[in-house]
Design a protein around this ligand. Structure first.
Ligand SMILES: C[S@@+](CC[C@H](N)C(=O)[O-])C[C@H]1O[C@@H](n2cnc3c(N)ncnc32)[C@H](O)[C@@H]1O
Length: 309
């Protein structure tokens, strides 16, 4: 069962790990995400709102929910996710409502979010979630995992909570960790000039021009790894830029962002075929879907530990 399903990183992970599965339902409000998901997995879901949603009466082994993170994120207004607050992040508690109403509760519930949920002013909601899971009969374990430890040259730290109905023997220490691959394997050659950084303020900052005084923010040059793939690249902070030499820089392409989220080129090609940006434009839809997703390789590590070991 995939709630806030996006482009289905968990489904991709189960496929890669050859873990037999059947998706009982997929809940996602964004029509473009649903279109992408259907194209990636040959499915036929319609968009739907989690608010008021009821799960079908079926036995569920795994419920995955990567609920919206904007209000917990350190890059944002930090409105938080308190139950009943009406923020997008508070939709997390819809999952609790859904599980509570189920006749048969899912055996495993997996939640992913930004590590900002542990910040002093945010963690009340996080611990509220854990208490609610306990009330529903789950034992939870959580850990901050970095994609860099799962073969992907992207510094992306996210919190993962594994909740198991009854006794929880899941051990984050047993996850198979591997060094990141060389970033050159993820970067495209001959990238169009459309991706070049053109904002004078950014360029001055990157070129260490003393006139960059007015530049606000954090702009990094990608060397061995990319920074967290976010939903937009033409802004600061982003996932870093590539130094092209001669004072020129470029943004990551949509394809590179998908690769750095652990998706295959064949997946990206299916989506590229759906969204044709106007000539000379970048695809905000594809960047958003990549930035909102979860690194497939991290979920592979977790699913291996849950089902294959
Ligand atoms: C952080 S993303 C999760 C992405 C997903 N884990 C993946 O693998 O791509 C959160 C998702 O929740 C969706 N969402 C936000 N509000 C929703 C609602 N009311 N009902 C259903 N989905 C919602 C967003 O459209 C977004 O795709």
């Amino acid at each position: 069962m995939e709630l806030f399903g996006g482009i289905g990183a968990i489904r991709k992970a189960l496929i890669r790990q050859n873990i037999p599965h059947r998706v009982i339902d997929y809940v996602e409000i964004d029509k473009n995400c649903v279109k992408s998901y259907n194209a990636l997995y040959k499915a036929n879901f319609k968009s739907k709102d989690i608010v008021g949603y009821h799960a079908p009466n079926e036995n569920i082994d795994l419920l995955m929910h990567g609920s919206p993170c904007q209000d917990f994120s350190r890059v944002g207004q930090k409105k938080g996710g308190e139950k009943g607050s009406g923020t997008r992040s508070s939709l997390l508690f819809e999952t609790i409502r859904i599980i509570e109403k189920m006749n048969m509760r899912p055996k495993v519930v997996l939640w992913e979010n930004v590590k900002g949920v542990l910040d002093k002013n945010m963690r009340t909601s996080f611990f509220h979630y854990l208490r609610e899971m306990e009330r529903l009969g789950y034992e939870s374990k959580y850990e901050i995992l970095n994609a860099m430890d799962f073969g992907i040259p992207q510094k992306r730290e996210r919190i993962f909570v594994v909740s198991i109905l009854g006794k929880n023997n899941f051990d984050f220490n047993k996850l198979n960790k591997t060094k990141p691959k060389d970033i050159s394997e993820f970067l495209e050659k001959d990238v169009s000039s459309v991706y070049e950084v053109r904002q004078e303020s950014m360029l001055r900052f990157l070129r260490n021009d003393p006139k960059n005084k007015n530049f606000k923010g954090r702009l990094m040059i990608i060397d061995k790894f990319a920074y967290t793939i976010s939903t937009k690249q033409v802004r600061v902070p982003n996932s870093g830029v590539i130094d092209l030499g001669n004072g020129k820089y470029r943004y990551l392409t949509e394809r590179e962002c998908f690769r750095l989220m652990g998706f295959d080129d064949e997946d990206f090609d299916k989506l590229r075929a759906i969204y044709h940006p106007r000539k000379g434009k970048l695809s905000s839809i594809l960047y958003k879907q990549a930035g909102n997703s979860i690194v497939v390789n991290v979920l592979e590590g977790i699913s291996y530990e849950l089902y294959n070991r």
